[in-house]
Write a protein that binds this ligand. Sequence first.
Ligand code: HEC
Ligand code: HEC
Ligand code: HEC
Ligand code: HEC
Ligand code: HEC
Length: 425
Amino acid sequence: MKVCKAIVVLAIMSALMIPVSAMAKEYGTLKEVISAYDSSRCKQCHEQIYKDWEKAAHSMPLMGPFNKVLGTLQDYLKQRDPVKGEFKKSNEVTKSIKEYMMPCFVCHVPQLREMSEQAAQELADAVLKENYEVLDKLQINCIVCHNQVSIIRKYRDGNPEPDTVYGTKDLGGVHADTVFTKSKRHEMLEDSSFCGQCHQGPNVITSLVLPSSEPLWCVSNYDSWLQNYIPNGGDKSCQDCHMRAPNTGHRFPPNYQDHAFELDRLKNHIKFDVSAMAYTQQIKVPDLISTPMVVIKTKVWSENIGHRFTDGCPSTKHFLLKVKVTSKEGKELFNETKYYYPQKKRGDAENKVVFASLRKLTLMRDTALNPFKVNDETFEIKLPKDVEDATVEASLTLIMEPGVKEAVYELGKFSKFVSIKGRKQ
Ligand code: HEC
Ligand code: HEC
Ligand code: HEC
Ligand code: HEC
Ligand code: HEC
């Protein structure tokens, strides 16, 4: 029956002169999409890779670590409300829910590209109703990376073949799977631009070349790698650091939900250095001015991170640097907090940092840790007349999700007694 149908379709298409290749693959229902992308059988033969991948954020792209993602996707869908929605005009631009979802959902669920209008609507409903049974099955999985998005240069290399897994080794063209019975080496899997397909922003260009009419800025790992790391002498690819370094592979760290594992990684890659002293500064201008003070210097930098860090969307992920000075009697003399993160703004007259991918468009300021750069600060604190000794405390913390205890990583603490009279504690 299926064969007969296909022949009829082909006959109609040739009569209408529609080229077969121009017909994109399309699945009618969400169930069909999920079943076509079912990667569970890959586990039989690639067990370790599969287990690693289950720990990666790629296995939960609609929920995200600490469930950060789902609520924001719901927010995006709600903005289409024809009366109250920020994107109410989208109803004039397109009648299609799939087209509306594309600019926001496509990197998180690239399967959307092959969904019918009905399947896209089912996905939107599942997101709004938090139907985890469905959402858990829509992942950036083995088939997505080793087939759907493997080929970047399609004019040169063609579309991915429906029966082929693309990898980095030449296996003689064969592969033991029941559906993906062939294999092909494809060098772009080793290229950073493979990751850049999704780890890039803002996607301003979408309004020109993709069927989407709203630019969004979720992440910028690839942009930052390209502009900040490579030009300054960096020579590693995304795959080098995220897949080939020890304890990486298909886990694609960071794995923020594995607190002990991630804390260890962060401590290896984030450096924190503090010095503090107390003295009396004297200067003749022409009168003699004496100023007793505490001077604190802090340095924070990243080692072997090939892009700005933190990044992310929305950019509530940040470093917190706290510096405090207290007198011997316990009186607080100084207390300051610095935040390190990329600060993205709205892209309109309101010059305000925003925390949502659907609202931010340009970078206002970047205080995040950047490759080959040290974030250093000097704090000069004048001591009150009666104070000669003080305790300096400083700490560095990474906050992945504000308000969530397990999403906080203490990276360093410093404490020192200082005295303008050179006294020891
Ligand atoms: C098809 C799109 C896509 C491709 C291709 C892709 N990623 Fe991702 N990646 C994502 C999405 C979406 C997330 C976030 C998922 C989530 O929040 O759970 C993510 C998460 C990550 C994370 C974890 C980030 C975090 O904050 O927890 C790392 C690391 C990562 N990807 C690295 C890579 C590297 C390296 C490559 C290339 C070898 C790559 N990705 C290819 C879409 C993609
Ligand atoms: C160009 C691809 C792309 C688009 C478009 C995109 N995302 Fe993402 N998103 C990613 C990747 C990749 C990550 C994980 C990388 C990271 O943490 O740096 C991510 C992470 C997130 C996170 C976790 C944030 C964090 O800081 O850990 C949220 C929330 C999110 N996306 C929501 C959205 C929403 C909502 C939209 C649409 C309005 C959207 N994304 C559009 C690729 C994209
Ligand atoms: C986010 C994209 C992504 C996902 C998801 C992904 N892979 Fe990969 N995989 C890659 C890339 C990129 C490489 C090449 C790594 C390199 O160049 O070192 C690779 C390499 C491999 C290799 C060969 C290298 C090795 O370690 O033996 C196998 C086999 C493989 N993947 C299987 C799988 C299976 C099975 C899954 C599902 C559990 C999966 N991959 C999920 C991107 C992905
Ligand atoms: C019956 C066993 C079997 C199943 C099922 C299977 N594979 Fe494989 N696969 C292999 C073997 C064997 C190799 C070649 C040995 C190797 O390099 O790991 C291979 C190689 C690969 C490679 C190429 C790795 C490289 O080095 O370039 C990729 C990619 C891959 N498999 C992906 C998948 C995906 C995706 C699935 C699920 C849809 C899957 N495999 C299911 C047995 C299997
Ligand atoms: C020189 C090594 C290096 C290179 C190159 C590199 N990364 Fe990273 N990346 C890291 C380290 C280290 C971290 C810190 C977290 C961890 O690994 O646990 C990180 C963090 C990330 C995160 C999480 C960001 C966040 O704010 O939570 C993402 C996503 C990511 N990298 C993607 C990429 C992509 C995509 C590329 C290529 C364009 C890339 N990285 C290139 C080392 C590297």
